[in-house]
Design a protein around this ligand. Structure first.
Ligand SMILES: C[C@@](CO)(OP(=O)(O)O)[C@H](O)COP(=O)(O)OP(=O)(O)OC[C@H]1O[C@@H](n2ccc(N)nc2=O)[C@H](O)[C@@H]1O
Ligand SMILES: Nc1ncnc2c1ncn2[C@@H]1O[C@H](COP(=O)(O)OP(=O)(O)O)[C@@H](O)[C@H]1O
Length: 286
């Protein structure tokens, strides 16, 4: 059995996000198309002989106790599979926190995958998905990665082919947005324009970059944009600078721009750096 394993935990973006209704359990029934981008945290997991979970990170602004989603993943797997050993998990954070990019969820998913290997548990992926759903709505998608249509509260997945390769420019304004607060403020029965998951699926299956850009849509923008006008300004700046399609990811506040031509990247990246410090130019993970 290995004594140390490594896992990459990539960020997700939502190419479309629709909310159908609020459920009795407080969650919202959603329809989303999700994919991964090449901006990733890195987890190092080392077995400890004693029954303990220790988390460390160079990022000063995330919890390192039981509030950390990687800690919760380790605790869940230890309890469910009666693992007596402990683990030391180091999180090399690269994904901005509370950004709408599922950094915490992807860390939890990477911990599930990594600990399955570290402890030789042979848990099938279907079971990792069930465990993931106990940790958060976005965790199952982060367990598998790829591109998927997510329904239910986000945990039911239908995998589809990846979009065609392109650049993704991400910009996170220096504000904090809470996912629970954004869903809490949404009036699901007052949504005027519902983006279509099937139209986005068709565009991806046709590998049409233009149609993908035309069909981007996220109803959570209805909540976050009026609350934080700088997100709208960032969207406008990205379009002005030449991005082919622009959308807020998840509950925000990160805005992403899809760009097909590499020659445009420097102008967009440098232009955005005038607005905000946290800008990344990465590839779509295909
Ligand atoms: C909006 C999205 C889009 O991908 O991502 P982020 O912006 O967080 O990255 C997700 O739906 C977020 O998923 P995730 O961040 O895993 O949410 P959870 O931890 O399960 O839930 C946090 C809170 O959001 C609300 N919530 C979440 C999912 C959902 N389908 N309906 C909800 O109403 C609930 O109030 C819940 O208490
Ligand atoms: N490993 C982790 N990385 C980042 N944030 C974490 C982690 N564990 C718990 N959190 C908490 O989860 C919340 C949401 O973080 P994150 O997953 O980055 O954002 P989002 O849900 O917007 O994609 C933050 O408030 C953060 O304190």
């Amino acid at each position: 059995m290995p004594v140390k394993v490594y896992e990459k935990a990539p960020a997700k973006i939502n190419l479309m996000l629709d909310v159908l209704r609020k459920r009795e359990d407080g969650y919202h029934e959603v329809e989303m198309v999700m994919t991964m981008v090449d901006l990733a945290d890195r987890l190092e997991m080392e077995e400890l002989p004693r029954d303990t979970i220790i988390i460390s990170s160079q990022a000063g602004y995330i919890p390192l106790d039981e509030k950390n989603l990687a800690f919760q993943a380790a605790k869940l797997i230890k309890e469910r599979y009666q693992v007596k050993q402990g683990v030391y998990i180091h999180l090399d954070k690269k994904i901005p926190v509370a950004a709408g990019l599922a950094g915490g969820s992807s860390d939890a998913a990477a911990a599930l995958r990594g600990l399955n290997r570290l402890w030789g548990l042979n848990i099938p992926e279907s079971e990792l998905l069930t465990l993931g759903a106990e940790l958060g709505s976005d965790v199952p998608f982060c367990v598998t990665g790829g591109t998927a249509i997510a329904t239910g509260r986000g945990e039911k997945l239908e995998h589809i082919i990846n979009p065609p390769q392109c650049w993704v420019v991400l910009a996170k304004p220096p504000i904090n947005v809470s996912t629970a607060d954004v869903y809490g403020r949404l009036r699901a029965n007052e949504i005027k324009a519902h983006p279509s998951a099937s139209a986005m699926k068709e565009a991806i299956e046709a590998q049409s970059f233009t149609d993908i850009c035309d069909r981007l849509g996220n109803v959570l923008e209805d909540v976050t944009l009026p609350l934080h006008p700088e997100v709208q300004q960032l969207k406008e700046a990205m379009i002005r600078l030449g991005a082919d399609g622009v959308l807020m990811s998840g509950s925000g506040p990160t805005v992403f721009g899809l760009v097909s031509k590499e020659s445009k990247i420097a102008r967009i990246y440098n232009g955005l750096r005038g607005f905000c410090k946290e800008v990344y130019a990465v590839r779509m993970l295909t």
